[in-house]
Ligand binder design. Structure first.
Ligand code: SF4
Length: 352
């Protein structure tokens, strides 16, 4: 059981963020914000997939105008990504944003930051303040050694937090991002040690979904396992639904998210495997489509080690020559010929 690091609670619309509340999966729309219909469609798809906070980019006044329409058409809290503009932040706050994402380092005048704080206070909107490694490098010198960047990110974060606390604003979520896995872990550990604000975790520019999954799981998963992190986003190039899918898998793997569908366990196979285990696993995977029970289903290649290794599965199929042994919670319940494996499994699933 992972013990979450105690944090303050921040409200982003209907979603409460912090250690007393479930870790919220966040994603971002990837269609133009001014295309209201497509944005609403994508947001609804994300929500159905398990996303609880959705961020939209609002680079222009026309985008914040579209954002105002989108807010009225969806139920999920929306976050406005305001880039460099205090005006965009204030427009988005007035338009109904639940949270604003800003990098104070990108806003030149303190007075602009104070205007954002005043508007956020008035409308009870949360602010996520971010530092990312790329902007640190831009701010200083591009060749700053990697080892010093984490310390620099932390000192920037301290400076920003002081700025907001100086104005008695505490509805803050902190985030520090890098495209480097180990630096993401290091900076977030330091932030968690230093502050009690909720932390948003992510690895920037993680790559195509197929490449983003492992570095994201390593960095975000390591931090979550230490109890650090209250919202997460997988920054993968491609469909945002893939981001949510990866995020959910990370949370499920750590026991931080309830599974709503079966989990398929397959043995790696070895010389003992009786028959084509991969083909059987694919057939079982297909048979599980549409089943919304949080069961563990195992496909094992032999009856030598298979039953023991799958003893904690709700149902296990252990391959033997031209047949399979079916186990329920470690107990053998049937021996079926190859052609009856899937029908028998479906029958057992219905009874589960
Ligand atoms: S379950 Fe059997 S076939 Fe699969 S890896 Fe273990 S020993 Fe090999």
């Amino acid at each position: 059981m992972i013990k979450r690091k105690k944090t303050n609670i921040v409200k982003a619309g209907s979603v409460k963020i912090g250690s007393r509340y479930p870790i919220a999966i966040q994603s971002m729309t990837k269609v133009p914000t001014q295309d209201v219909a497509r944005c609403v469609r994508q947001i609804n798809q994300l929500v159905n997939a398990g996303c609880r906070l959705v961020r939209l980019a609002v680079p222009t006044g026309a985008d914040t105008a579209a954002f105002a329409k989108i807010v009225r058409k969806v139920a999920v809290p929306l976050i406005a990504d305001i880039h460099f503009s205090a005006n965009r932040a204030i427009e988005a706050i007035e338009a109904g944003a639940a949270k604003i994402r800003l990098n104070p380092g990108n806003i030149k005048n303190k007075s602009d930051i104070y205007r954002i704080i005043d508007a956020a206070k008035m409308h009870k909107v949360a602010l996520r303040i971010g530092v990312n490694e790329a902007s640190i490098r831009d701010l200083k010198k591009p060749d700053i050694p990697a080892g010093k960047r984490v310390a620099l990110m932390l000192s920037e974060m301290k400076k920003y937090v002081r700025l907001f606390e100086g104005k008695n604003f505490n509805q803050l979520v902190l985030s520090a991002k890098s495209s480097d896995t180990t630096r993401t872990i290091r900076i977030n550990r330091l932030i968690a040690e230093k502050f009690n604000y909720p932390i948003h975790l992510g690895l920037t520019h993680a790559g195509l979904a197929k490449d983003a999954a492992i570095p994201s799981a390593v960095s975000i998963g390591t931090l979550l396992a230490e109890g650090i992190g209250d919202t997460i986003r997988i920054s993968a190039a491609g469909s945002p639904l893939k981001e949510v899918e990866i995020a959910k898998k990370i949370l499920v793997a750590l026991g931080l998210h309830e599974r709503s569908r079966p989990q398929l366990i397959v043995c790696p196979t070895c010389a003992r495997a009786a028959g084509d285990v991969i083909k059987l696993a694919r057939q079982v995977d297909k048979a599980l489509t549409g089943i919304d029970k949080p069961l563990r289903i195992a496909v094992m290649g032999c009856i030598v080690n298979g039953p023991g290794e799958a003893a904690d599965a709700d149902l296990a199929v252990c391959a033997a020559k031209n047949k399979a042994y079916i186990y329920r919670n470690g107990r053998k319940i049937a021996i079926v010929p190859e052609r009856k494996i899937i029908p028998e499994l479906l029958k057992q699933l219905k009874m589960s």
